[in-house]
Design a protein around this ligand. Structure first.
Ligand code: NAD
Length: 714
């Protein structure tokens, strides 16, 4: 027999075992929304009442089992009580599944995340299709949340407290074989038919299952919160977590508390306790910031918010890359991984081969770690053709130059490539500093010329800053945008101007750190403030990484360019520090010496720094340092928005987090102002102006928003 609702199909076989297939209409993924929750609830009623239904296999009709909860529903929760009630409602249903006295088996393929895994863990067994695509995880922490559907209670009861904390604290997912090894799943299946057959067999073989935690003698694998090993681990876990998160991510602490305290309770009380911690996370400003930016704004970007809508979708089949250095090789790698044929050109065959060897190295590692198969490696490598011959570029839809940062060299390669490629091919520059409109002068078709600014290391960094020159056509922008999505990166679109968006705002963070040093703030306080603010690297270490000489070169070039345009130049107080260190050869990590002495073992502050910049006897409070580092960036981002350099709030926020690691829990550089409220931002910026100078003067757009009682909105 067969019964169907829109989202759930139930078929019952001759043994009385039902197969429930979830398939939300009109959605690429199954989500736990009302549309699916209602038939699931009806199914549980039936399971309890219908004696003819002897067991159930839950599977998915989509390419994944389930993505998780419906974020729209979470976003709509505005009070802690609402969050608590919503979490309890879901868990009551899950609890009825596990206590119905009949076997319920999850037959999992593809992604099984968040609420999907919580549903699966409430089933009596989990069989997973082991085809390399399965991923199981609880990623809630990445949106500042806690798995509130029983995740913090069932996961540690299945895999042990330590493994559970690690998985939920990082929000990382695991593959099928790892999930089996850690005890998260019951068995693996080799193909789709076997998946359903094994799930079905399990149900028939276990007519009256109970969850292990419903057994009176249940013991946590590895011990509960009273066992000495766990107590010892829990004694240090919070300090390890806060050393990493600096207390900026309350969800991490709440997850730990929920796991630890819950391990001392029976499952029903533990589940209720979890809902209280869930409620605290759901209404926290951190989670609101993260969901707003890292979910809604990111999705809007991926859906093409900044892409000219009228241009038809495109894809790149053959890509040319000029310059097989660090960036060129990195771009070749990600493009080849996305299935694109790549011609990698350099001045010598050795240099071009070296570029391809970069991919070989990355893929060898991936194969070693089991993340790729040997066949995938060979297929990707076969797509990269190293060469010195421009003729090989014939037929490329897109060419990206990543040669030396030199106008003449870039002009030369532009002309040579354009002589070969088709008239409608797009030509992109990966320049980090040179204005695109100027570089486009070397092009015979500036409408097809665009900036695609990648970040290093290319295989890891998620962002590409697309720079629109004065003559870049909407079609070229759309094609650049489509390409960035095609290789799995996130595009933001910015207008051509000095430093574009990311480099310009990023510089204010580092330079503010240098200004603090010049004022006699102890370097350790500066570095600590950067980390506490939530930045991934402290300012002085970061400046060493990106090189002091490069930053000084950019500052000098800006001074010269502005003088040529007859415009005034106001040096940042941090610039003098750059110059002073460069003059004594302390140019950064590449030289092994900058603010730090660098060695293979790591870095240590250069002892001479305290003679060059003696620390004042009285040090400013840490909060003041943090404000300076963060206000400098947020204000510069607002100026970029006001000047039209960055075109949308979403691009500004996502660009800041993905581009230079702006504190994710703040939701990005403009959300920093929104969350605080523009009026408060203006008032505090006013204090900073009085103490530290006019660079803190709030951007006009923020003053306007403050006066009108509004916020940044797209
Ligand atoms: P790199 O020095 O590692 O590589 C440059 C490559 O270009 C070399 O292999 C060189 O042989 C080759 N080359 C030089 N002239 C050439 C020519 N006429 N024809 C063909 N190949 C030529 O430099 P990189 O760090 O990869 O930077 C390349 C570009 O990317 C620069 O414009 C840089 O500003 C930009 N960029 C760099 C970074 C970064 O972090 N390094 C980040 C973003 C953008």
């Amino acid at each position: 027999m067969s019964e169907t609702t829109e989202a759930l199909t139930l078929t019952i076989d001759e043994h009385g075992i039902g197969l429930a297939v979830m398939d939300l209409p009109g959605k690429p993924m199954n989500l736990l929304n009302d549309e699916l929750a209602a038939p699931l609830l009806a199914l549980v009623d039936r399971l309890e009442q219908d004696a003819a239904l002897k067991g159930l296999v839950i599977a998915s009709g989509k390419k994944d089992f389930m993505a998780g909860a419906d974020v729209d529903r979470l976003w709509a929760l505005t009070t802690a009580q609402q969050a608590f009630d919503a979490s309890m409602m879901f868990k009551r249903v899950l609890r009825r599944i596990e206590r119905c006295g009949k076997p319920v088996v999850a037959a999992i393929h593809g992604m099984c995340l968040g609420g999907g895994l919580e549903l699966a863990m409430a089933c009596h067994a989990r069989i997973v299709l082991n085809d390399g695509k399965a991923r199981l995880g609880l990623p809630e922490v990445k949106l500042g949340l806690l798995p509130g559907g029983g995740g913090t209670q069932r996961l540690p009861r299945l895999v042990g407290i330590q493994a559970a904390l690690q998985m939920m604290g990082e929000g990382a997912d695991v593959r099928a074989d790892k999930a089996l090894a850690m005890g998260l799943v019951t068995a693996l299946a080799a193909n789709r038919d076997e998946l359903l057959a094994q799930a079905h067999d399990w149900a028939r073989a276990h007519p009256k299952p109970r969850q292990p935690w419903d057994e009176p003698k249940f013991k946590f694998p590895g011990g509960d919160g009273k066992s000495p090993a766990v107590v010892q681990m829990l004694a240090i876990a919070p300090s390890i977590a806060s050393a990493k998160s600096h207390g900026n991510y309350p969800a991490i602490t709440h997850i730990m508390s929920s796991v630890f305290e819950g391990s001392l309770l029976d499952i029903d009380n533990a589940l209720e306790l979890e809902s209280r911690y869930f409620a605290a996370c759901a209404v926290s400003p951190e989670s609101r910031n993260m969901i707003g930016t890292l979910w809604y704004q990111l999705n809007a970007i991926k859906k093409g918010r900044s892409r000219p809508a009228q241009v038809p979708a495109s894809s790149v089949k053959k890509l040319g890359i000029l310059g097989a250095g660090m960036m060129g090789a990195g771009i070749a790698h990600v493009a080849a991984m996305a299935g694109i044929e790549v011609v990698l050109l350099d001045t010598t065959a050795e240099a071009a081969e070296r570029g391809k060897a970069h991919s070989q190295g990355l893929l060898d590692q991936a194969v070693k770690k089991g993340r790729r198969s040997a066949e995938q490696r060979e297929a990707a490598l076969a797509r990269i053709t190293p060469t010195t011959q421009y003729e090989r570029l014939s037929g490329c839809d897109l060419v990206i130059e990543a040669v030396f940062e030199d106008r003449a060299v870039k002009a030369g390669v532009t002309r040579q490539a354009e002589a070969v490629i088709g008239a409608d091919a797009v030509f992109a520059s990966n320049t980090s500093t040179l204005p695109i409109t100027g570089l486009a002068k070397a092009s015979a078709r500036p409408a097809n010329f665009i900036g695609l600014h990648f970040f290093s290391p290319v295989d890891k960094m998620p962002l590409v800053e697309i720079i629109v020159g004065a003559q870049t056509s909407p079609e070229t922008l759309a094609r650049g945008f489509d390409f960035v999505l095609q290789i799995g990166k996130t595009p933001i679109v910015v207008n051509d101007s000095r430093g574009f968006y990311t480099s310009r705002v990023f510089a204010t963070y580092v330079l503010e750190g240098l200004a603090l040093l010049a004022e006699g703030v102890h370097p350790r306080h500066i570095e600590q403030a950067g980390l506490q603010a939530g930045m991934p690297m402290p300012p002085l270490a970061l400046q060493d990484e990106v090189s002091l000489s490069l930053a000084l070169h950019v500052a000098d070039q800006t001074r010269k360019d502005l003088a040529a345009e007859g415009r005034p130049y106001t040096p940042h107080p941090g610039e003098a520090v750059l110059r002073a260190l460069c003059e004594i050869g302390r140019v950064g990590k590449k030289a092994g010496r900058g603010f730090y002495d660098w060695s293979d073992d790591g870095r240590s502050l250069w002892p001479g720094l305290k003679e060059l910049y003696p620390s004042r006897a009285e040090q400013p409070p840490q909060a003041e340092l943090i404000d300076r580092l963060m206000f400098a960036q947020a204000n510069e981002a607002a100026r970029c928005f006001e000047e039209g350099v960055v075109r949308s709030v979403a691009d500004a926020n996502i660009g800041s987090i993905f581009g230079w690691g702006f504190a994710p829990f703040q939701g990005g550089a403009l959300q920093f102002i929104n969350a605080m409220g523009p009026a408060r931002f203006v008032a505090r910026a006013g204090e900073l102006v009085e103490r530290y100078g006019p660079r803190f003067a709030p951007a006009a757009v923020v003053r306007r928003l403050a006066e009108q009682g509004r916020r940044f909105e797209d």
